[in-house]
Every structure is written in C-alpha cells, then in structure tokens.
Design a protein around this ligand. Structure first.
Ligand code: AMP
Length: 364
C-alpha cells in the first residue's frame, strides 16, 4: 500500500493550540479533513471538521480518534508515552516517537546532540529532589562554570522553569524554583545572536531548509524573527548542515525547528522542537511555501517544495494586550496579520503575530 495520503483522507492532530490551528488550515488547503484531539480549549477546533475534547489518558477517546484518521501528527512535544502507544497501535504516527522522546527531556536531548557530533552548552544533570541537592548543584556548577542556567528537564517552554545563577547566592533560590523537578544545569552561552532553522524531511529522505531567521526574545518569549539573519554564508551552510544531521539521525518525517546560538567558536545548538515552530511563522508571508504546508506534505508522503524565500521579513509576536495595537497595524501596507482567535488576552499569552515585508529577497 502506498504511504501517500490523498485529498479527502483525514489528518489527526494532537493539540489544538495555534500551531494545530495553522496546521489545520494548511491541511484543509490541500483538501484533507482534519480531526483535532485536545484536552482543553482548542483555538484549532473551529477550523477542523472534527474535534475530540478528552484527556491523554482517555483510552476509549484516543482509540476512537486513531480509528477516525489516516495519520496522526502533533503540535507539541509533551504527548504522554501511553497515549502514543494506543495511537501507534492503530495508525501511522509522524514524526516518529524517537523525536518526541529525545526532545521531551533536555538531558536526553543534550546527550543525543552531543552523540551525533554537534556542539551544545556545557551541561550537567541536577536531581533537585535529592536530600543533597545543594551539594549536587555545587558540584555541577564546578563542572559547568558560572554564570549558568538551571532548567527543569521536562515541560519547560517560553523561558518557564528556568533560573539564572550568576553567583553562589543564586544557587539555593534556583533549586527552590525547580520545585523538586529533575533539572539540568547549562553553562551560560555568550552568543552574538540567536538564529533558528526550520527544516523539513520528506518520507523519501529529502531535506529542505528554510532560510535561517534571527530571533530576539523578550522575557523568555520569542519577540521577533528577522529574515534573513545577519550571518555569513559559511555560518548559513553550517546551520543547514546541523539541521540535516539532526533530521537524518532521527529518521524524521515532517518539519523540525532548530534553535542555535552563534558564538565566536561557531554554532551551538540550544534546543530542537520536533514540530512547526514559532520562529517559522514568517514563512507564510516570506516564502513560496509555509512551514505548515511543508509539514503536512511531509507527513502525507508528498514531495517537499523547495522552500524559496521571496521576501525579506520581520515577524513580531502579539503577546497579551499587544492585541490592542491591531487596529493601528491593520492600516499598514505590506503587513500581514494572523490572529489565533483566543478568547482571553492574558499576559504572556501568544495571541497572534504580524509579518512585515521589508524588501525583496536577493540571491545569496
Ligand atoms: P530555552 O527555553 O532553553 O530555549 O531558553 C529560552 C531562551 O533563554 C533562549 O532562547 C535564550 O535566549 C536563553 N537561554 C537559554 N539557555 C541559554 C544558555 N545556556 N545560555 C544563554 N542563554 C540561554
């Protein structure tokens, strides 16, 4: 049987947030039906033909969902393993579980990246629940150096579950902030800039990378992505090479985001996201194909599109009450607005993004 899905078949998406919503849009454009599985409120739900609202430990709901779709993909990496077991017994699941297992735990991820020959910040595990946690952290600080960042191994995002340690007085409060969770200590990287590569791998093994974007964070949350990044051609090629190495090592199908620090000593991998990524939202306005359609193509067994960038762009996230600026932004020429349809504009919540076209792309 061909692994290629045809229009009219159904794509299941775990997670109904903004990424699921944008994946659903892309899938609909290609003529697929969409079924969203989401335990909470689902901004994606209004764009999908079917939505299941149930928890990830609801065996019956998971099995009914899996039986109703032709492939399952996901918008977030923290899907519980037991839920995946149920789904995978019934229907193909892409990208594969290795990618999820690696990226669910910062320690596993760092070990993996190092094993495949990539550079990462110096790191050491810290068991924050151990009776001698303070001594273990002191030992880790001796190995890694200061300043450093203590991060929870699991479930951190947008800078949550992280604490900076610049002197020994910061150590105990940082441990307390982990709330007993397993942690990893990372040496602080003095980077020139942060860039990311949104890369895709098709089921035929072909790899296609979008132009690297340059990212600026505010309060631990992505603020802007500027494309192209101000990097030389060697750094750009190296960034593509790193993304390709990761995709091939994971035998990956779909889109993956790779966050990199550019330093005097070269590129250091910060983290990988086995899914479409916020720093790839610019692609909907700046390239011939967006990351969402590329992902759907990859998991549906279609040929990937060469992701040529036609415009220089700056993508800005709309966080919380940034939404109030939308009426003014809507009068700008050359600016695309994308809102996620979320009911409540809480502080720190991603409500939408805008992409400003700043020029025509020149060949590099
Ligand atoms: P993360 O959740 O690990 O992506 O961290 C969020 C942001 O914190 C990154 O995009 C960086 O701006 C900063 N950051 C994280 N880890 C480090 C590090 N080891 N050195 C310097 N900055 C970091």
């Amino acid at each position: 049987m061909s692994e290629r899905l045809n229009p009219g078949q159904t794509i299941g998406i775990l997670g109904g947030g903004q990424l699921g919503r944008m994946l659903a849009m892309a899938a609909s454009r290609l003529g697929f039906h969409v079924h969203i599985y989401e335990p909470g409120a689902a901004p994606a739900g209004e764009l999908a033909g079917q939505t299941t609202t149930a928890s990830y430990d609801d065996k019956d709901a998971l099995e009914a969902f899996a039986r109703s779709v032709d492939v399952v993909t996901y918008e977030f990496e923290n899907v519980p393993a037991t839920a995946l077991d149920r789904i995978e017994a019934l229907v193909p699941f892409r990208p594969n579980r290795k990618a999820l297992a690696v990226s669910q735990d910062r320690l596993t991820e760092k070990n993996f990246l190092q094993e495949i020959g990539l550079d990462v910040a110096p790191y050491a595990p810290v068991d924050a629940a151990a009776p001698d946690a303070a001594a273990r952290l002191a030992q880790a600080l001796a190995e890694v150096g200061m300043p450093a960042i203590l991060k929870t191994r699991r479930l951190g995002y947008d800078g949550k579950g992280q604490a900076r340690i610049t002197n020994t007085h910061d150590a105990q409060p940082a441990l307390d902030a982990m709330d007993g969770a397993d942690a990893i200590l990372e040496g602080f990287v003095h980077f020139e800039r942060e860039i990311s590569v949104i890369a895709a791998r098709g089921m035929d093994g072909r790899i296609a990378c979008f132009e690297p974007g340059e990212n600026v964070h505010k309060d631990g949350i992505l603020h802007t992505t500027t494309v192209p990044a101000q990097i030389d051609s060697d750094t750009r090629e190296r960034a593509f090479g790193i993304a390709g190495t990761i995709l091939a090592a994971l035998d990956y199908d779909g889109v993956l985001g790779v966050e990199l620090f550019q330093t005097d000593a070269g590129l250091i991998v910060n983290e990988i996201a086995p899914r479409v990524h916020n720093s790839g939202h610019w692609t909907e306005a700046g390239a011939v194909i967006d990351q969402f359609e590329q992902h759907i193509r990859a998991i549906a067994g279609w040929t990937l599109v060469d992701p040529v960038r036609h415009s220089d762009v700056v993508m800005t996230n709309l966080i919380g009450d940034d939404l109030d600026h939308v009426p003014a932004i809507s009068t700008e020429t050359g600016t695309r607005i994308h809102l996620y349809g979320k009911a409540e504009a809480r502080a720190g919540r991603k409500m939408g993004h805008v992409t400003r076209i700043t020029g025509v792309a020149r060949d590099r």
